[in-house]
Design a protein around this ligand. Structure first.
Ligand code: 6CS
Ligand code: FE
Length: 312
């Protein structure tokens, strides 16, 4: 059963309640999507800013040179080779196999990816979109091997970051850099354009240590089929495709997921989640305890100073 809540129904501390025992709630967003007004000195065009605000995501192509893309692909392959030497907790394998699915804390394991995260084309744009200084909430390399890459089911990242990490408001953005060509067939990111303006408060209390299973297959914090059907009917479903080097920004609450990959062609993408400094984490809003540091940077993070120039 889905109940529609008005803002007045909500308590002041938690504007986005979720993980209910008895059902699901639909709550209209009370935060801006684009937190800055566009001006001539913005790092993206007016059309790009308007597209991001309208759709909750933005695809940017030809942002990096061929040399830079090559350097990023090499760094990703190097990381994958050194997978076994990385901190075990930072590496999540596919359900039912030891194929690497995700490497977390990407910016700590690779100088090239740390530099990418700090680049004006990522951190500089995130500062504009969020209208604040920014820091990295989470970074990861998602692999989707050929033949066996599994899906990432529909979800809002913010729903998890709010419930389990204590992220107060929708003032975070993910920047994804494609490290392989992503096309309609090999499990690209699918997004519902406009869905960022509706928060689905999900059914199901958060179990202890939920992240130990959710990163392989998310089952808590997942909207009902009714809610997903309504959002898909209203907004449609886009997929973000492009050659290696394509850059995608998507709002923390844009409903997204990706299909499995049975083609022989692997799909891998780097993700950097930028959070506004003013939106630093508090106590979890709907979980027994905060998640570990490899998933969410806690405390008093320092703002990133964006770096200009070529990566390679
Ligand atoms: O739980 C998380 O933080 C991660 N889970 C998903 C499916 N997307 C966002 C994030 O990487
Ligand atoms: Fe996600």
């Amino acid at each position: 059963m889905t109940i529609h809540l008005e803002q007045t129904d909500l308590d002041t501390r938690d504007a986005y309640p979720t993980r209910f025992a008895d059902g699901e709630r639909v709550i209209e967003r009370s935060d801006p999507v684009l937190w800055s007004s566009w001006s001539e000195d913005a790092p993206i065009t007016r059309e790009q800013a308007e597209a991001y605000d309208r759709d909750g995501y933005l695809v940017m192509k030809n942002v990096f040179s061929a040399n830079e893309v090559r350097a990023l692909i090499d760094a990703s392959a190097e990381l994958r080779r050194s997978g076994e030497e990385l901190r075990r907790e930072d590496v999540v394998t596919e359900p039912g196999s030891d194929a690497v699915r995700t490497i977390f804390r990407l910016d700590e394991h690779s100088e090239m990816f740390r530099r990418l995260a700090h680049d004006t084309r990522l951190a500089g744009v995130a500062r504009f979109l969020l209208g604040d200084e920014v820091y990295i909430h989470q970074s990861r390399l998602n692999y989707k091997p050929g033949f066996t890459g599994k899906e990432f089911y529909w979800h809002s990242d913010f729903e998890t970051w709010h419930a389990e990490d204590g992220m107060p408001r929708m003032r975070a953005v993910s920047a994804s850099v494609l490290l392989t060509d992503n096309d309609a067939l090999n499990g690209p990111l699918m997004l519902m354009p406009g869905s960022q303006r509706t928060f689905i408060g999900c059914r199901g209390k958060t179990p202890e240590h939920n992240h130990e299973t959710s990163l392989r297959k998310q089952e808590i914090g997942v909207p009902s089929h009714d809610a997903l059907f309504t959002l898909a009917e209203r907004h449609g479903i886009d997929h973000a495709s492009g050659p290696a080097g394509t850059l995608i920004f998507f709002d923390s609450n844009t409903m997204h997921g990706s299909n499995g990959n049975i083609t022989p062609f692997p799909r891998s993408n780097a993700f950097f989640v930028f959070n506004a400094i003013s939106n630093r984490l508090e106590a979890p809003f709907a979980a027994p305890a905060p998640r570990p540091a490899f998933l969410a940077n806690r405390g008093t993070p320092q703002p990133i100073t964006p770096v200009e120039g070529s990566l390679a």
